[in-house]
Write a protein that binds this ligand. Sequence first.
Ligand code: APR
Length: 165
Amino acid sequence: MKSFDIILGDITTVKADAIVNAANTTLLGGGGVDGAIHRAAGPELLTECWTLHGCATGEAKITKGYRLPAKYVIHTPGPIWQGGGHHEADLLRNSYVNSLKLAEEHGCRTVAFPSISTGVYHFPLDKASVIAVQAIHDFLAHSAHVEQVQMICFDEVTKAAYEEA
Ligand code: APR
């Protein structure tokens, strides 16, 4: 039974097969959810990230979850908002789709996302939430392994935006 749920919470506590990290192109950690995931996973996560040699915006790479309850972490750098004229919408969609493709390839049944790019990267939440919901719904319509996707919202404003979308 396929499902998409919007949940208020901290993604580092979510026991999904894979959680997605809103990373940057170095994949070497940062603030926000990236910092929280690295803190919770422990130092081995960064050690494995070093071996990945970065990741382009909209692409995705996968690592183990280490001390996290999740088996895998899928790292994807979302686009930095630059006003909307630099293919930000396509790049954000790519981050969701490529993360889901990696989860599918690794036989994940459940995947949890944060709200990619809507923090430090300033992607407008009303636009980002529509792109994310559309990409997730379209993927779930055809996925063989991925059955449950969760959007883990860190605050009420974000949660309301995804429920609206
Ligand atoms: N669980 C779930 N969501 C979280 C958590 C958490 N523990 N911590 C933060 N968030 C939310 C933020 O509130 C925001 O809604 O994740 C969303 C994405 O915000 P950022 O973490 O700032 O990510 P992003 O906007 O994609 O910017 C990425 O920030 O941390 C750096 O290294 C990262 O350079 C990269 C940039």
